[in-house]
Ligand binder design. Structure first.
Ligand code: 3HC
Length: 325
């Protein structure tokens, strides 16, 4: 159906329609699902919002792994609420993607058979409790920097979903900072765990913003359509500038000797992540890709009876309604 939907966009090359569409974007008008849109715009949105939705769902796995092992009841309750929020974010985003004419089942199948991606960051393991603090602080912190501008994205349903997601993400980042601060201020062993988490997650967090601008295939068109509001490097720099003072406050170090304030640029200089590692991870070769997809495949298979049951119930209700009319 996805392929059919894309092919059936008969007016895709109509220059007048394209110009009128671009004028609406340039006036900062929101594009709504029933409005005419170029095929490429629709495809880009399905790719980006669908990938974003998958990231929220797969992102539950590394944190869910620690719910039963949280050190206190309070931390357990906070983590449980956070992981549950991520499921909600996935739901808003799948709903926004469905308005573009692709079903949630199709999106899930494309994730499961490798046709769609999810964020590279979730292919790294969470090895100690401090990782949960580092994930909340760095990963959700990076996600917020990426997502705040997306509240102004041109597609209405995505923009509205982002407003709610951002409110919840800021709670996530704060709880993460609080958890890692506790570890950084704790015993020498706890501080060591916090430093170890930062050492392993810093560069993968930088990779979340996508490849450097020179290697970003979609940025130019996505920015012209205001699907993306900033380049990958602009947002990465913002994240570095925000995080360096925080790491100093925590009394921890970033695993990068290249971090230095650059008076002329008014930003911190930093070292690039290993981009060959990034491209390898998004090709499926990261430390946890196989486990993450196996977990999602199992959940999809195990949940089939629930989906079938709900569908049968909905069909029965609809038939009863028709019979009563
Ligand atoms: N992980 C996996 N793939 C990535 C990636 C990443 N971090 N960054 C880029 N890529 C992929 C792109 O999908 C593209 O591949 P494709 O053509 O096969 O789809 C390729 O690398 C080239 O990258 P581009 O820069 O050209 O791609 P985009 O223009 O799509 O930019 C992006 C990438 C900045 C991630 C953009 O898609 C975006 O802003 N997405 C919305 C935000 C999002 O998806 N966030 C997920 C983060 S996790 C999260 O929010 C959960 C929270 O709980 C922490």
């Amino acid at each position: 159906m996805y392929a059919q939907m894309v092919q059936s966009e008969a007016t895709k090359d109509d220059p007048e329609k394209l110009a009128a569409f671009q004028a609406r974007i340039d006036r900062d008008e929101k594009i709504e699902p029933k409005d005419w849109m170029p095929e490429g715009y629709r495809k880009t949105l399905i790719r980006q919002i669908g990938q974003h939705a998958h990231s929220e769902i797969v992102g539950q796995l590394p944190e869910g792994n620690w719910i039963t092992r949280a050190p206190t009841l309070e931390r357990k309750a906070i983590l449980l609420a956070k992981v549950q929020d991520e499921a909600g974010h996935g739901l808003y985003l799948y709903c926004a993607t469905e308005t573009l004419g692709v079903s949630r089942d199709e999106l899930t199948e494309m994730l499961l058979d490798g046709r769609m991606k999810y964020s590279s960051i979730f292919n790294y393991p969470t090895l100690n409790w401090a990782d949960i603090g580092a994930v909340g602080w760095l990963v959700d912190g990076a996600a917020i920097i990426n997502q705040v501008p997306l509240q102004r994205t041109s597609f209405g349903p995505y923009s509205r979903a982002m407003i709610r997601v951002c409110k919840e993400e800021s709670f996530h980042a704060r709880q993460g900072f609080d958890a890692i601060r506790k570890m950084a201020e704790g015993t020498p062993e706890q501080k060591k765990m916090a430093q170890n988490a930062v050492d392993r997650l810093w560069f993968p967090a930088l990779m979340m913003f996508g490849p450097s601008d020179k290697d970003s295939t979609h940025s130019a068109q996505s920015m012209a359509w205001k699907i993306k509001m900033n380049t990958n490097d602009e947002l990465r720099q913002k994240f570095v500038d925000q995080t360096v003072p925080q790491i100093e406050f925590l009394g921890l170090d970033l695993p990068d000797d290249g971090i230095k304030w650059n008076e002329e640029r008014g930003h911190y200089d930093y070292s690039d992540p290993d981009w060959s590692e990034f491209f390898d991870v998004i090709k499926g070769n990261g430390p946890c890709n196989v486990d993450r997809l196996a977990a999602r495949n199992k959940a999809w298979k195990d949940g089939a009876w629930v989906r079938d049951g709900l569908l049968a119930h909905a069909r029965k209700k609809a038939a009863a309604k028709v019979a009563a009319e």
